[in-house]
Design a protein around this ligand. Sequence first.
Ligand code: SF4
Length: 285
Amino acid sequence: MNARPGRRKYNDDKQFKRLRKLTGKAIGDYGMIVDGDRVMVCLSGGKDSFAMLDLLLSLQHRAPVSFELVAVNLDQKQPGFPEQVLPDYLNAIGVPFHVIERDTYSVVKRVIPEGRTTCSLCSRLRRGNLYAYARENGFTKIALGHHMEDIVETFFLNLLYGGSLKAMPPKLKSDDGGNIVIRPLAYCREADLAKLAEARDYPIIPCDLCGSQPKLQRQTIKQMLGEWDRRQPGRTETIFKALTNVAPSQLCDVELFDFVGLDGGGPPAADWLQPPGEPQGGPTT
Ligand code: SF4
């Protein structure tokens, strides 16, 4: 049975407040926003980016620091992209915004052979354009709407397909040092954001107007995590917690922890491969 309207509104408000609390906590824990920041909020038109903007706007009024928020959308010229949806929404809620127009869609179509997944090139081009815009326009932070699932999925993608132990950090300096990227939804679950999007009736624009299929590896990981979470609710949170609770001395990375220095160290690795006194080319029999 559907909840009564009054009860439903109460639950929606409660849900919003809970997500706002998690967002505020993530911002505080990672020092994402400081006094005087100009934050560029990347608004793709997806549920997560709408939720991020909504939550940041609400936090702006109660934050211990003063900061500016500007919504920025990159119109990638996908066929059928409804150009007026975001400007109408942003004008209606009174948020300053800018739409960058770049035809990355044609670039992707030209470069990637038919039938192959286009998301990684498309995302790279999107990132490049957004980062350049932020630099040129004096934004001190770039806010992206990645949530806890995105972070944990990236961790498993790197673990299972890339052979490295890394995820998607809540705060990051871009490779060229020119931008600071923040992920204020790092503590929020995707399902909660989806419920919020439904309750607030955001005018969502689908990301598949380009006709691309989601990357198979990410889908596989998503299904695996979904299954785990169904069998043991809260497992995604536990994995995320593990990412915040790393013990370098219990892993095997000699760059991260000085195993050699634990007891002053012995001969370097090269000497173990080629013990002193042994002729070049290894032992003779
Ligand atoms: S689904 Fe299409 S628009 Fe979205 S990231 Fe992939 S290629 Fe780009």
